[in-house]
Design a protein around this ligand. Structure first.
Ligand SMILES: N[C@H](CCC[C@H](N)C(=O)O)C(=O)O
Length: 295
C-alpha cells in the first residue's frame, strides 16, 4: 500500500504554481515511507487525484538542525532537485503549525535556509549559489561559456529561438532572450527543447524579456510538468543569467504569468534569494483507491 493512501495533504500554490504538500514526518511508517514515481503520477491524475505541478514530500530530517528532507516530484513522476515556489508553500505550512519564522530544509540540491519576511505574507528562500559549468547543468558536450550556448529552433539562417543562457539552480535551466514572451508557441517548442539531446537530464525552458535593469518578464515550460503559471527556480536562473550578461542588476523583480517574485543574487556569498507569497487553498486526504493499481 502506498505511504500516501489516506494520508493528509495540503493543496497550495506559489503565485499560481500548483503545489501539493505532504508531511510524512509523523507517519507511522517513518523511514519506510517512500513515495514512488507511480504514486506521484497517481496523485496528479485528473480523475480523482489532486492535479499539481509539483508534489513536495516532507520526510524525517537526515541532518541535525534541519526540519525535514524534502523530496520534490514533478507531475510526470520525475524528481526535481529544486522548486522555489514549492519551498515557499512548505515554509508557510510548517511555520503556521510551529510558529517558527526561520528554518533550514534539506533537498537533493542541498540545504535551503528559509524565513518569513520582509512582510508577514512573504517568504524568502535562500536557493543557494547558481552553477554555470557545463557539467553542472548538465550539458552533453563542453561549452566554455554558458552565458550563451549554440542551440536554436527553426531554420539555420532565420532561427525562431536561439542562443540561450544555461544555469543550474539545483535543476537545469535554459533561458532564451526575447522581446515578447507571449509571441512564441511555448507549448510546441517547450517539449522539443526540454528533451533536446544537449540536455542529458532534460531542462526547464524559459522565455525571458529584460524590461529594464530592475525588471524581467518570463514564461516557463517546466521539465516534467509542462507550462506552469510560475517557476521560482526559473525566475532565479533568469535573474542570475541577466546579471551575468550585465543586462540587469543583481536585485530584480521578475514577473511570471501567476505573479511577481523578488530575486536578489547576493554579492557576499553568490547565493540567490527568492521572495514571494504562498497561498493555502484546501486540505484533504488521498483516496486510497487512487493507488489501487500501484504496487
Ligand atoms: N516549479 C518549480 C520548479 C520545478 C522544477 C522542475 N520542473 C524540474 O526541474 O524538474 C519552481 O518553482 O522552482
Amino acid at each position: 500500500m502506498s505511504a500516501l493512501a489516506n494520508h493528509a495533504f495540503a493543496k497550495m500554490n506559489g503565485i499560481g504554481n500548483e503545489i501539493v504538500v505532504v508531511d510524512l514526518r509523523d507517519s507511522k511508517s517513518q523511514g519506510r515511507a517512500q513515495v514512488s514515481a507511480e504514486d506521484a503520477r497517481a496523485v496528479a491524475s485528473p480523475s480523482g487525484g489532486v492535479p499539481y505541478d509539483q508534489l513536495m514530500v516532507l520526510q524525517p530530517p537526515r541532518l541535525q538542525g534541519t526540519e525535514a528532507f524534502i523530496k520534490i516530484y514533478n507531475n510526470d513522476g520525475s524528481e526535481a532537485g529544486a522548486c522555489g515556489n514549492g519551498m515557499r508553500c512548505v515554509v508557510r505550512r510548517v511555520f503556521e503549525k510551529t510558529g517558527q519564522t526561520a528554518a533550514t530544509f534539506e533537498t537533493r540540491a542541498g540545504l535551503l535556509n528559509c524565513w518569513q519576511g520582509p512582510a508577514p505574507d512573504l517568504y524568502t528562500v535562500d536557493m543557494g549559489a547558481p552553477k554555470f559549468g557545463w557539467q553542472d547543468i548538465p550539458l552533453a558536450e563542453e561549452f566554455r561559456d554558458t552565458r550563451y550556448i549554440e542551440l536554436q529552433v527553426g531554420p539555420i539562417d532565420k532561427p525562431v529561438l536561439h542562443s540561450p543562457s544555461v544555469v543550474s539552480m539545483g535543476n537545469p535551466h535554459a533561458i532564451f532572450w526575447v522581446e515578447d514572451v507571449n509571441a512564441y508557441d511555448l507549448e510546441r517548442f517547450g517539449p522539443l527543447l526540454e528533451n533536446h539531446p544537449i540536455f542529458p537530464e532534460r531542462a526547464n525552458i524559459t522565455l525571458a524579456h529584460v524590461v529594464d535593469r530592475d525588471h524581467i518578464t518570463i514564461r516557463t515550460w517546466e521539465r516534467g510538468a509542462g507550462l506552469t503559471k510560475a517557476c521560482g527556480s526559473a525566475a532565479c536562473a533568469t535573474a542570475v543569467a541577466a546579471a551575468r550578461l550585465k543586462r540587469a542588476n543583481r536585485i530584480v523583480e521578475v514577473t511570471l504569468p501567476g505573479g511577481k517574485l523578488g530575486i536578489e543574487w547576493r554579492e557576499r556569498d553568490d547565493h540567490v534569494l527568492m521572495t514571494g507569497t504562498a497561498d493555502f487553498e484546501y486540505e484533504g486526504r488521498f483516496d486510497p483507491a487512487l493507488f489501487a493499481g500501484v504496487a
